[in-house]
Design a protein around this ligand. Sequence first.
Ligand code: G3I
Length: 373
Amino acid sequence: MESVNLEVLQRFIRLPGILLILGIAACSLTGIQTPIAKPALTVQPAQAPTLRSLAQSRRFYIGTTVNVNALRDEAAYSATLAREFNMVTPEVSMKFSETEPQRGIFTFAQADYIVAFAQAHQMQVRGHNLVWYTDLPAWLTNGKFTRAELITMLRDHIITEVKRYRGQVNIWDVVNEAMGDGTLRDSIWLRGIGPEYIDMAFQWAREANPQARLFYNDYGGEGLGRKSDAIYALVKGMLQRGVPLDGVGLQMHISLNSYPNQKDVLANMQRLAALGLEVQITEMDVKTQDDARPMQAKLAAQAQLYGEMLQTCLSVTACTAFVMWGFTDAHSWIPAFTGRPDYPLIFDALYRPKPAYFALVQALSQSTRVGVK
Ligand code: G3I
C-alpha cells in the first residue's frame, strides 16, 4: 500500500495527529481495522494539500468526468469535486444525443449546470464530445440522409454547441474514437460523408471558437502498437493538411491485467509532442474485476498504475492534464457496462481515499514540474 501521507489523511479523519498515528499503529500491529471513534476534540489539521492544490502549484490540471445527477443531488460528490479537481469533463451532458435530441432542437440545461459549477469553482471544462460513432439520437440513426444533409447537420451541431460555450469551454474532444484497430471505425459519418468528416469537424469547431484547443480523443492507443501508430499517422496527416488540431487525448481505460507499458506511453507522448501537439490523459480508470487477488493487493496494484501514469504525464511538458473517468466508486460507468461490481476509481463509494489517491498525491508532490501558464 502506498506510504500514507498522514497530513493528507488527517483531512479525511478529523483526528489530532497523535491519535491518528496511534490509531494507524494499532491497525498495523493488530492488522485489524480499528473503528475510528468520533474524536472528543477536533483539531483542525493544517490545510493539507489536495490533488487540486498540488496540481495548481505546478500549473497542471487534474480532472474527472462529472455525473450531473450526482453533482446536483449529492453534497459529498460536489464537495469532493470542488476540493480535489481543477478540470471537469461532462460524462454525457454534452454528447449529441443529450444536446440535440431532435433535429435542430438543442437542450443544454445539464451541460449548463456543469459549466456553471466549473465557472463558480475556477475549473477548466473539457467539452466532450462533438462527433462520435455512438450515443447518437434516433432521428439521426434512423434517418436516410444525403451526404450534403449529413454535412449540414453535423456542421450545425458543432457550430451551435461550440459557439454556446465560447469563453467557458476552451478544450474540446472534437472527434472521439474514430479509429478501429488500425483503420477508421465504421460510423454514420464515415459511411455518409467519407473520411473527410474528421477534418471538417475540426475546421467547424475552429470556426466556432478560434481560441479553443481542439483534441482528437481515443482509447487503446496510449502506448505503442498498431492502433497507436494509426492514430499517430491520422493526426500527422491532419497537421500536414493544415487541419486545426491542437492535441490528442489518451483515454487510459485500463485494468489490473491489461494496461500499456509505462515506457511505451512515454514514447508515444513524446512522439506526439514532437509533432507540436498537446497530450492529455483524458479518461483514466483501472478495472479491478478480472483479478483474483485479495482486495488489498488489488488496491496496491491499482495505486501503482495510477501513480505511474501520472508520473509519466508529469514528465512530459506537453502532457498538460490528467483526467479520470470519475473519482468515486459510487459513480463509475464500469459496473453497469460489465454487469459486475468494480472498484476502478480513487475514492471508495463512501468518498474515502483509496491507495490510488495517495499514489497521485505522491506523484504530484515529487514532481518538480513547473508548467506553462
Ligand atoms: O440518463 C438516462 C436515464 O434517464 C435512463 O433511465 C437510463 C437507462 O436507459 O439511461 C440514462 O442515460 C445513460 C447515460 O450514460 C447516463 O447515465 C445512457 O443510457 C448510457 O448509454 C450512458 O453511458 C455513457 C456512455 O459513455 C455513452 O454515452 C457512460 O455513462 C459514460 O461513462 C461513457 O463514457 C465514454 C466516453 O464518453 C468515451 N470513452 C469511453 C467512455 C466509457 O464508455
